[in-house]
Ligand binder design. Sequence first.
Ligand SMILES: Nc1ncnc2c1ncn2[C@@H]1O[C@H](COP(=O)(O)OP(=O)(O)OP(=O)(O)O)[C@@H](O)[C@H]1O
Ligand SMILES: C[C@@](O)(CCO)CC(=O)[O-]
Ligand SMILES: [Mg+2]
Length: 331
Amino acid sequence: MSSTSSAPGKVYLFGEHAVVYGEPAVPCAIERRATVTVSERGDDRLRVSSSDLSLDGFTVEYAGSDGGKPDVDVPTPLIEAAMGYVDAAVEQARDAAGRPDAGFDVEIESDIPLGAGLGSSAAVVVAGIDAATRALGVELDAREVAERAYAVEHEVQEGQASRADTFCSAMGGAVRVEGGDCRTLDAPALPFVVGYDGTSHDTGALVSGVRGLREEYDFAADTVEAIGDLVRRGEEALADGDVEELGRLMDFNHGLLSALGVSARSLDTMVWAARDAGAQGAKLTGAGGGGCIVALDEDGDALTALGLTPGCERSFRAALATDGVRREDAS
Ligand SMILES: Nc1ncnc2c1ncn2[C@@H]1O[C@H](COP(=O)(O)OP(=O)(O)OP(=O)(O)O)[C@@H](O)[C@H]1O
Ligand SMILES: C[C@@](O)(CCO)CC(=O)[O-]
Ligand SMILES: [Mg+2]
């Protein structure tokens, strides 16, 4: 049987990094999706093709979790980095269906830039678990997909992950995550604009950097707590639909993330370009170090300004995605 599922990427209104240490965060799903098609094979092998990793995509085929050597058509380090999430997602599906030896053909198509703060890993894992379990005849509800996808991010990011990205991708809309407490929120449609510098980061490495800083310096531990306070204020502004206040708090949040060492010159440049053009607020989104910023831009001037900003490779509007993980095949 073959199954196709898709799941959205996300931007963080507030709270990335601090959420790893139990502070609340509010990510919002956006209409950029990863679509994964999974077919069960007659043997125990795994064949993965992705049409949109850097280079021109890749195909890899190997003998599942028992360590068979990959037969690859692009350099192995790229594949190793890419396969961590897909491998672990397939393992979750095998576990959920009680089929440890199931083999699969997996095809990934994604319009979420990779390693750029828009949650490409969570979207691929959420859609992958959903499609692979359905290919084995098992239906999981979105919360269970989210929990299994979190286990994958936790494993691949070496024990350093929150439930925020995966819960948001599975459920869609705006969500609030604080430790194991995950809720969906009623949120107004916000005028998100994304600026992308064309580079990618490794989320696990950036999270490790913040962890080290927090252990060494009291100011960093205090900064993580300050982000939590700011998120609680942000929740009130969100409930009131107060875009001015949301923007102000996003600006503060960017400053606090800079203090934790996860901004970059390109991100600061895009944040200031958006603010100078009149954005209500702007901050980096996701793990940082390069990648994307998100701004609130009611009149479209920040979108125009980002398009003219050297170092901003792409800019686009990002509508809130109300659907989380979703089945894309008809039968
Ligand atoms: N289209 C894809 N095909 C295969 N693997 C993908 C694809 N998109 C993302 N991935 C996997 O996700 C990894 C990137 O995840 P990472 O967590 O570092 O960044 P992100 O999720 O895009 O950003 P953030 O976590 O900051 O929101 C890639 O190295 C790859 O393993
Ligand atoms: C940096 C981080 O908070 C968000 C990455 O999109 C990591 C996580 O929550 O797992
Ligand atoms: Mg990620």
